[in-house]
Design a protein around this ligand. Structure first.
Ligand code: GLA
Length: 387
């Protein structure tokens, strides 16, 4: 939808003239490597995408928040002094959670009208929720002159997701959506909240995102189960190692102590986390050195580890990645995000993208009965006002 259309939609829904309208945007994200490391004090390497969520906003004279989505026909109206999670409000709980977190910080938020529209496929694991959260944060920051830094907004959006929505996610999604930069991926140190931008130049290759289109119902409970398993591994390792997070261990030190963990499942979870964290550094230096082949190999190894050790892939993601691996034109392919459905990300020779879609699409529908969707994606800008 064009910016003019967005303004038009706002006026159709809320009336008035367009003199006081402000327009904001927040992207989706894809993680290139470093999966399930963020809540273990490790590193991740995502990039912001060139699609996301737009919002048109205008202050009101009362304390009503009126939310309308162009994607989901479920308008939400609440008062700023009555913000609690309400399952009936569905998507509206994300903006509500962000408002609640901003108020908790001591800021005064008045009422506002907010029209939201986005083109991130819902439930695809490309962070449509973090995108709505950051969109709300930058919008309120602009409308009410809050003077919040992007990092403060990233953190308060994570708290909204953890405490208001009730999903105990790490910091990766909000950070990538808030701090993303065009033509760059971003290596995030999730413990110290520092980042480094890395030029993401694929030359004659393209980044292709493939959606399993699998409805992933149990993601949140499985996600929390993995977190408990990691905590269990950490507790055991702390008997001998002076560490606060699993990712405080490098692979060698981990190897010296891994025998402490008797349960093979818990041991596998910890092995994935420690090795995946090391893979992030290797991938970043491969990219910096222009070695896309090695970068792709590390992506494949990441998927294998998520499949065999962390058990978060599932048949659909495995079929997508394993079909992609059969093609010479593919440098690497792996699941991205939490897993259990969602998307894979692949690095594919530009002149073979059509063939990739046909081949992987056919393999996928034959083996799963589902239809995959493909997006040839580019990196994009982080959250902010659209001028
Ligand atoms: C989800 C969470 C992130 C991260 C990934 C797995 O996207 O929101 O914080 O844990 O899963 O890497």
């Amino acid at each position: 939808m064009s910016i003019n259309n967005l303004r038009q939609k706002f006026l159709e829904n809320f009336g008035g003239d367009d003199s006081e309208l402000r327009i904001f945007y927040a992207p989706g994200r894809v993680n290139l490597i470093g999966e399930h490391t963020d809540y273990n004090g490790g590193h991740v390497f995502p990039c912001a995408l060139n699609f996301g969520t737009y919002g048109v906003a205008r202050k009101r004279n009362d304390n009503t928040i009126h939310l309308i989505s162009g994607n989901i026909n479920l308008p939400v109206m609440v008062k700023t002094d009555d913000l609690k999670n309400d399952p009936v409000h569905d998507w509206g709980n994300y903006p509500k959670g962000v408002v609640a977190e901003i108020i908790k910080l001591g800021h005064t938020i008045g009422g506002f009208d907010f029209y939201i529209w986005g083109d991130i496929p819902n439930g695809s694991g490309l962070s449509s929720s973090a995108s709505i959260e950051l969109l709300t944060a930058v919008t309120l920051n602009g409308l009410f002159d809050l003077n919040l830094s992007m990092k403060e907004m990233v953190l308060l959006c994570q708290r909204a997701e953890n405490q208001f929505v009730g999903v105990n996610c790490g910091i990766m999604d909000q950070y990538a959506v808030g701090m993303g930069k065009k033509d760059h991926a971003i290596m995030i140190d999730c413990l110290n909240l520092q980042h480094e931008y890395v030029p993401f130049d694929l030359g004659s290759y393209k980044m292709v995102i493939t959606n399993t289109n699998k409805k992933h119902a149990l993601v949140d409970s499985k996600y929390h189960e993995r977190q408990s398993e990691c905590n269990e591994a950490l507790r055991i390792l702390q008997q001998e190692c002076d560490i606060e997070y699993l990712c405080n261990l490098d692979p060698e030190t981990f190897r010296d102590h891994v025998e402490l963990i008797k349960d093979p499942i818990i041991r596998n979870r910890a092995t994935h986390v420690v090795q995946e964290n090391a893979r992030v550094f290797a991938a970043v230096s491969a990219l910096n050195g222009g070695d896309l082949g090695l970068f792709g190999e590390l992506m494949n190894n990441s998927h294998i580890s998520l499949r065999d050790l962390y058990s978060v892939t599932g048949n659909e993601l495995d079929v997508l990645a394993e079909s992609a691996w059969k093609l010479e034109s593919v440098l690497g392919s792996r699941m991205t995000g939490a897993g259990f459905g969602g998307c894979t990300v692949s690095i594919v020779a530009a002149d073979a993208v059509e063939h990739f879609m046909e081949f992987v699409g056919n393999e996928y529908s034959t083996q799963t009965g589902l239809t995959a969707e493909f997006y040839v994606a580019e990196t994009g800008i982080g959250a902010g006002e659209v001028m």
